[in-house]
Design a protein around this ligand. Structure first.
Ligand SMILES: Nc1nc(=O)c2c([nH]1)NC[C@@H]1CN(c3ccc(C(=O)N[C@@H](CCC(=O)O)C(=O)O)cc3)C=[N+]21
Ligand SMILES: [Mg+2]
Length: 300
């Protein structure tokens, strides 16, 4: 069996097209333009890639993009004051603080200072609690993107067996909650899980979010399993020339694609969906703020 490639890049472009249509209608009918503020403290390289792609795409869908680039030595009080200003700014519907933050800043405190209604990352404890209890919330962008791909592939996820590899607050745990809400039987496996290969091999759906380059190989998979690879790992690529690097996922694409029913590539899979869902969340936040109906198909 040769696995089918899930084209996250094309799917994300379609999501952005839908967002752009909604944004155009908001403007024409209500004179409203959604605004997204991104706060970047210091110069984390993974965050740089993200900010570059995001700023461009925010403007492309017709929304306002505001970037705040702060020095790595910025104090916690300064950062919290900026967030309070953005919370109070009616032109801003979404606030994203790039993680990881420099070590002297308390990221829990920073995230929990964001107005939950503007928390387009869905990391505020209030949004986490709402998601965990099945209430309306802002849903983290990467898990939301994975869910959209899975729903598109399967239609209904009900009764399917899913294994989430990784237990992070930004991917593993919210992914668990979303899959459970769609009535999957969900196992969260992690670095201490015994015989993780066997746990993985019983799954209809594998979501890999551990940050270990090419950890999952084809022999970990049940034939026909659908694999969503969340990993974005930068590794040396001497085959491309001395000192060169490439980006690989948490799954070894070639061997997994031979066994899987479908699999997302890296790059071109989940990454573009993350940004598309950030834009979708900003639109959703703007609609809620203005008492307008939420965009259908763009929320969890
Ligand atoms: N508060 C916060 N929220 C985030 O969502 C967040 C963050 N902080 N900090 C940094 C990470 C990283 N991240 C990426 C999203 C998309 C791509 C992406 O679009 N990748 C493309 C291109 C990759 C490449 O070629 O370099 C792809 O996978 O195809 C990459 C990285 C979001 N992050
Ligand atoms: Mg782990």
């Amino acid at each position: 069996m040769t696995g089918k490639r899930i084209d996250g890049k094309a799917f994300a472009a379609n999501v952005r097209g839908q967002v752009a249509e909604h944004v155009a209608r908001l403007k024409a009918e209500h004179g409203i333009t959604p605004g997204l503020a991104v706060v970047l403290v210091g110069e984390d390289p993974a965050s740089q890639v993200y900010v570059r792609n995001k700023g461009k795409q925010t403007v492309e869908v017709g929304m306002n993009s505001v970037e705040h680039r702060l020095d790595a030595s910025t104090s916690e009080a300064e950062l919290l004051a900026l967030i309070e200003r953005l919370n109070a700014d009616p032109a801003i519907n979404g606030i994203l603080v790039q993680l990881p933050l420099p070590g002297h800043l308390n990221s829990d405190l920073v995230i929990n200072t964001i107005d939950p209604a503007k928390d387009v990352d869905g990391f505020h404890i209030s949004n986490v609690g709402l998601l965990g209890t099945g209430q309306k919330s802002m849903v983290p962008c990467t898990p939301l993107g994975c869910l959209m791909l899975l729903r598109d592939h399967f239609g209904s996820l009900s009764g399917r067996s899913a294994v989430v590899l990784g237990r992070s607050n930004i991917v593993g745990k919210p992914m668990f909650n979303l899959l459970l809400r769609d009535s999957c039987t969900v196992t969260v496996a992690h670095s201490r899980t015994r015989d993780i290969e066997a746990v993985c091999r019983q799954a209809d759906i594998v979501v890999a979010a551990v940050g270990r380059p090419e950890m999952v190989t084809g022999d970990w998979l049940k034939p026909g399993a659908v694999v969503i690879d969340v990993g974005i790992n930068r590794v040396p690529a001497p085959e491309l020339g001395e000192g060169r690097h490439k980006i690989v996922g948490d799954c070894e694409f070639e061997s997994c694609a031979k066994v899987a029913g479908a699999i997302t590539p890296v790059p071109g899979g989940v990454g573009p969906m993350t940004i598309a869902c950030l834009l979708a969340n900003t639109l959703t936040a703007c609609c809620r703020e203005n008492g307008l109906p939420e965009p259908e198909g763009l929320t969890a």
